[in-house]
Every structure is written in C-alpha cells, then in structure tokens.
Design a protein around this ligand. Structure first.
Ligand code: SF4
Length: 697
C-alpha cells in the first residue's frame, strides 16, 4: 500500500520491543484506525493482533483525568507543591537515599531522561529503577561484562540473513509476533534456514523449529558451556579473531570443560544434534529473551551465549550474533538514558568517577549520585522496611507485577508518601497513592522510543489530551521547579529534551561509549517532528549498522571478555511441600497487567481467563482434572487458576500467564506467588523457577 495519506500520522506501537511503525488515522467519532507502516524498517507494514487492536483500547474508562490528593480532586499546582514539599522534607531529614523513583519501559525516552536527571543529578541518589529490571537487566549486565557497554551488536536483518536461528528462552511467536512473522517469511523463501527452539515448554514458537530442546529449567549455562567445549574440541574456535579481539578464552573454556551438560536433562542425541548444527553453520543468530534473563543466573546465561559467539567470531557480521530481544517498547531507550539504578545517561557508568564528573558538568548538577541506587526488588524491600519514605511510581503497576506482589502492595500501602503517575486511576498501585497524577498515554504523547535493534522511532500524538492529564516530563519538570531547579528543567518540548540528550551523547562518545547520537544534537523542531526511524549510532561519520564485526569493543583495551562460568541451579530448590517449578510468561494477545489490552474484547477472546498448565503425570498424582479451579501456593502467596492439562511442558513444571491482576480475591494474580530471588549481578528476579504446590480448591 502506498505511503500515508496526509490524515495518517506515523507513530510507533506501544507494546513490545519489536517497535513496529504504525499509521494512525483519527476518525470523526474519536476513534483511531491503524495499519502497519510499510516504510518502518522493523515491521514493513506488518502488525500483530495487539498492534492492530490499538484503536480498540482508547476508551476513557478508568482513566485518571485530574490530580488527586488522598483520593480527592486537586489542582496540578497544589499536587506539585505537595510532592516537592514531601520530597524536600524527606531528603532534608533522612538524606537523598530515603526517596526513590520507580519508572517503566513504557515511558518515552524524553520522560525517562528527565526522571533520571532529576534523581541522579539533582536529588543526588541512584534510587531510580525501572520495571525493565524485571525484563532485561541480565542482558544489560551480560553485554557490559563482555563488551564494556550495553551494546546490541546486530539488526533484525540478521534474522533473515542467518542460516540458523536459535530461539532460546523466547516464545517469539507470541511475545514478538512481527519478528516471528519475519522469520517465517524468510524460512518460506529459503527453506534451508534452520530453527532451533530451546525452552522447557513447547510453545507456538516450537512449531517452526527443526529441533526443540526441552531442557531442564535453569540449565542454559550447562548447555552453552557444553557448546563452547565442543567448539574447542572440533577446532571451530577462530584463533586469529580470538588473538586480535578477545580476552579470557582459555579460562572460559576451562570452566566450560568442567561443567556437565547432562544437567540439561537432554539426551546425548539431542545435544549432539544441537552442537553439530550450531558449529556447522557459520551464519547463526542466537535470539534470547526472558527465559534467559529472568533467572538468578541470568547474567551468566547471557555470557554463556556471548562466549560461544565470541569464540567463533560470529558476531557483528551479516546473519551472525547474539540477539537480546527486549520485552517493552522502550526498554532500550530507558537503558540509553540510564534509567537503571546502576547506570548513568548515554551508557556512561555511574561507578566511574570520570563519567560521573562529565555528567555533573554537563547537567551543572548540584548533587550527583555517588553510587548505584537500589534495584527494583531491593527498592521495594527498602520501602517495606522504612528506609525509603517517599516514592514516585510512574507508568507501571508494581503492586501486581513485582514478585511477592502481596508484600510489595503492603509496602506501598505503608509507605509514608506515595506518588503515582498513570493513565489509569484504578490500577492496584494507583489506588494506594497519596497523590495521583493523571498522565497522557499512547496516542496522546509525543517523543521517541528505541526498539531491540537500536532503532529510534517517534511516537506522535494523534488524539487530544483528556481532562487535565499531562506528559510525564511536564509533571517531573514541574516538581523539579518547585524544588528549586526551574532553570535546569525549563523544557518547552520533547524536542528540547531530545537535543540535550543527543548533546550529552557526544560527551559519552568522547569517553569511548557506544551510544552516540550527536549527529542529532542540533535537530530543529520541524526536523524532530519529521524524524524518520533510524538506528544509532548517529554521528557525523556513521549511522546505524552492526557493532563489533571488525572488533573494537568498548572495554579499556578494546578487547571483548569471555567469562569463566559454571552452571547453577535456580536459587530455591524444590521441596516436599513445594515440589513443582512455576514458570511465568505472556499470552499472545495481552500486555503486562492488561490495563490497555484488557479494554479490547477482541484481544480477550484469544484466552479469556488465567490458567495453569500442568503435565498429565503431575495432574494425575494430585487427582486434578482439566478445567477445574486450582490453588497455586508458594511461601510468598497464592493464586487461583483454571487447570490446563498438557504435555507441552516437562513433568515437575507448571506455567501461568503474568497478566491477570486478580481484582477479586487472588484469582490469577500469579506474581503474588513468584519468589523475589534475584541475580546477584543483574538484580533481575527469577520469575521462571519458583517452587510451588498445586491443589484443588
Ligand atoms: Fe506492537 Fe510488538 Fe505487535 Fe509490533 S510485534 S505490533 S511492536 S506488539
């Protein structure tokens, strides 16, 4: 179909990290017709079920239209002054680490940048973390350990150029459907393209795979260590590349050789088939997602994958490389602005004094954070035990979505001062707010997002702002001004914030960081309005492209690091009282806690209610029948779910979707059950291996 007519507005889907371009046309009834943008490099006109239903999710039902103080309507001036006063008083009495921001991969980059600047440069604490911690923090940690920066080496085109795609811990068919469609199209054009799917559970993504490896939960390091050892034995390591560009090969190999891939639970034939295919196919892309990241050994799993690509030099070249596919639309943008508690803006390092100084000078910041702040799970523990006394939660619903959600909800309820900014005033978290700020949402706000292949795209407003809602950057700048920093936060538009971020990236580029969009630092307002999707870096010399094909990593000596790794079982062993491992994940047609996707009856038709998948052997052992209601329990809490008996998963494991919030009793609220165990390196929770028991109601 031809490019957009004048009435169509180019924007970007707000759901997953594929970052599809959308053409949206408002209709006279206040609705929106959407179609895929044929000119967007991520999707080339495609949309999945969620993206194509965007027009059905715009109802004002549940929207917060006015600020509320203690549940009563208030004005913006009054609410802003109260937030500034409470934060100022808390900081004066208890220090800057007594306050925190908990933000979201749904924020636009410009909102994220302002939040990070206010907390890390002006309040002077590292206590800003994000729900992206639950999604891809292990990938960030793995990238930084191996490459020196959080760099995604490849591009989506590599999926089409590969001869082998390994999907590990990724149900791409449901969670990143347009990428899955691109792979299907490539496979249909070139049937010799092989797919391997590594997942304890047989999913929709397994259907197109030549080989499905239903490995023991958490045994990914053992598997990729086995691959590394086999690479060496077969003489498939690239000695010249290793000598020129990589450190740590011998130590990584020694550790891999000491590991036993029998821990995967896979047969020798299955392991040999995988190793032979991987080693024998030069153009291999290993795609990984939450099945790898959401683990108490998530960073090690990431590095085990990176080790294999580094050993063979299969990185940064067409059709080759590890590929982290992020969950949220702007998880990457959040990483770029330093939205994680242990990062600074533009991939600068909070723990590096030279980086801190550079950012302090650039911001003219009065009080730079000196140390990393609390990561999400620890942040809510600190809310619970009183160390954090004031928190501002933006655009996310931790009372439902954090592991051990009951304890998190109780901590928020007991916190002396809670601000929640959200589109919706009726979320479980918004109901706990002392001050609620109505925020604009997709279709109303304007700014940029970055997808999983580093492509920066514009979200553009297509609809009027309802009620008194404001953009998040406006709410933040208002509070910053009320706290005495009006000049430093006197932004007139997202374009102005974007220019500042781009100018800071020039500083980062000079300090040897990968994130450099200095080519956009002087972009005009019309230029920003018209900004076409483009992958970073964007400098005078370069735009987009792959990293690392010719070497040159972002470590002090320019060499990548292979790490010695040993497989570890999930943090909590199963026990006689909790003998099953709970895996959690998404369904095809819902998003997060369904605040938006739940508004579309069409999306709810695919799967109408929360469920628990269980192997027939385990169901029989408990006398449970398909379709009956069951109670899932862990030491943290319980959830009520409809039982699905299926051999899609391994005996001893169960699976539940993460979306349902259980407004009535504990129905479906699975994160109440998930244990808050985290990876010691990345801080990411282990959302896929909680020991549980299941019984009839
Ligand atoms: Fe939106 Fe992701 Fe679907 Fe694309 S694949 S339309 S970004 S949900």
């Amino acid at each position: 179909e031809a490019a957009s007519s004048p009435a169509e507005i180019r924007t970007t889907c707000p759901y997953c990290g594929v970052g599809c371009g959308v053409l949206a046309r408002p209709d006279p009834q206040g609705g929106l017709r959407v179609r895929g943008d044929p000119d967007h490099p991520a999707n080339r006109g495609r949309l999945c079920s969620k993206g194509s239903a965007l027009g059905e999710t715009l109802a004002l039902e549940g929207r917060g239209l006015h600020p509320l103080i203690g549940g009563t309507r208030a004005g913006w001036d009054e609410a802003t002054a109260l937030i500034a006063e409470k934060f100022r008083d808390t900081i004066a009495e208890h220090g800057p680490d007594a306050v925190a921001f908990y933000v979201s991969g749904q924020l636009l980059t410009e909102d994220y940048y302002v939040a990070n600047k206010l907390m890390k440069g002006f309040i002077g604490s590292g206590n800003i973390d994000t729900n992206s911690r639950l999604c891809m923090a292990s990938s960030v940690a793995g990238h930084r350990r191996a490459f020196g920066t959080d760099t995604v080496p490849g591009q989506y085109e590599d999926l089409e150029e590969a001869d082998l795609i390994v999907l590990t811990g990724s149900n791409l068919a449901w969670c990143h459907p347009v990428l899955y469609q691109r792979i299907l199209a490539a496979k249909s054009a070139r049937p010799e393209l092989k797919i391997v799917n590594i997942d304890p559970r047989r999913t929709a993504s397994s259907d197109m795979a030549e080989l499905h490896l239903a490995l023991e939960p958490g045994s990914d390091v053992a598997l990729f260590n086995g691959l590394l050892a086999r690479i060496a034995r077969r003489g498939a390591a690239d000695a010249a590349w290793l000598a020129a560009h990589v450190s740590g090969y011998e130590a990584a190999l020694a550790a891999a050789g000491a590991d036993d891939d029998a821990a995967t639970g896979l047969s020798r034939d299955e392991l040999d088939a995988f190793y032979d295919l991987w080693i024998g196919t030069e153009k291999v892309v290993t795609v990984y997602s939450q099945g790898v990241n959401q683990s108490s050994a998530g960073a090690d799993k990431v590095n085990a994958i990176l080790n294999c690509h580094l050993a063979t030099g299969r990185i940064g070249r067409p059709g080759m490389g590890p590929f982290s596919v992020t969950g949220q639309p702007n998880a990457m943008g959040g990483r770029e602005v330093g939205g994680l508690a242990n990062m600074l803006a533009c991939h600068l390092d909070l723990e590096d004094p030279a980086h801190r100084l550079a950012v302090r000078d650039f911001w003219d910041a009065p009080r730079m954070a000196e140390a990393p702040g609390l990561k999400a799970v620890d942040m809510f523990r600190a809310v619970g035990d009183g160390r954090i006394k004031a928190i501002w939660i933006m655009c996310t619903n931790p009372a439902v979505s954090m592991p051990e959600a009951d304890a998190v909800a109780a901590a928020i309820a007991a916190c002396p001062f809670v601000v929640v900014s959200d589109m919706y005033a009726d979320t479980d978290t918004a109901k706990l707010a002392d001050v609620f700020l109505p925020a604009t949402g997709w279709g109303e706000k304007t700014g940029t997002v970055t997808n999983s292949e580093r492509c920066i795209s514009r979200q553009r407003a297509t609809l009027p702002v309802p009620g008194e809602a404001r953009h998040d950057w406006q709410a933040l700048a208002g509070v910053a001004a009320a706290m005495g920093w009006g000049a430093e936060f006197d932004y007139a538009s997202p374009a102005e914030i974007f220019r500042e971020h781009a100018a800071l990236s020039e500083v980062a580029g000079r300090l040897g960081r990968d994130f450099d969009i200095s080519g956009l630092k002087d972009i005009s307002d019309p230029g920003y309005d018209a900004l076409a999707p483009q992958a970073w870096p964007v400098t005078a010399a370069r735009q987009g492209g792959r990293f690392f094909g010719a070497g040159g990593f972002f470590t002090p000596d320019g060499r990548a690091r292979m790490l010695p790794l040993s497989a570890r079982a999930p943090a909590r062993p199963v026990t006689a009282s909790h003998p099953l491992r709970l895996n959690t994940g998404r369904v095809r047609d819902h998003w997060h806690t369904m605040t938006r996707s739940g508004l579309s009856p069409r999306l709810s038709q695919h799967i109408a209610e929360p469920f628990l998948e269980m192997h027939p052997r385990d169901a029989a052992a408990r006398g449970l029948s398909a379709a009956e209601l069951v109670r899932v329990t862990s030491p943290a809490g319980e959830a009520l779910l409809r039982l699905v008996v299926t051999d899609r998963l391994r005996p001893g494991t169960v699976f539940a979707p993460m979306h349902w919030t259980g407004q009535a009793a504990s129905a479906g609220r699975i994160d109440a059950v998930v244990a808050a165990e985290t990876d010691p390196v990345s801080g990411q929770p282990e959302s896929k291996a909680t020991p549980v028991e299941v019984a009839a109601l």
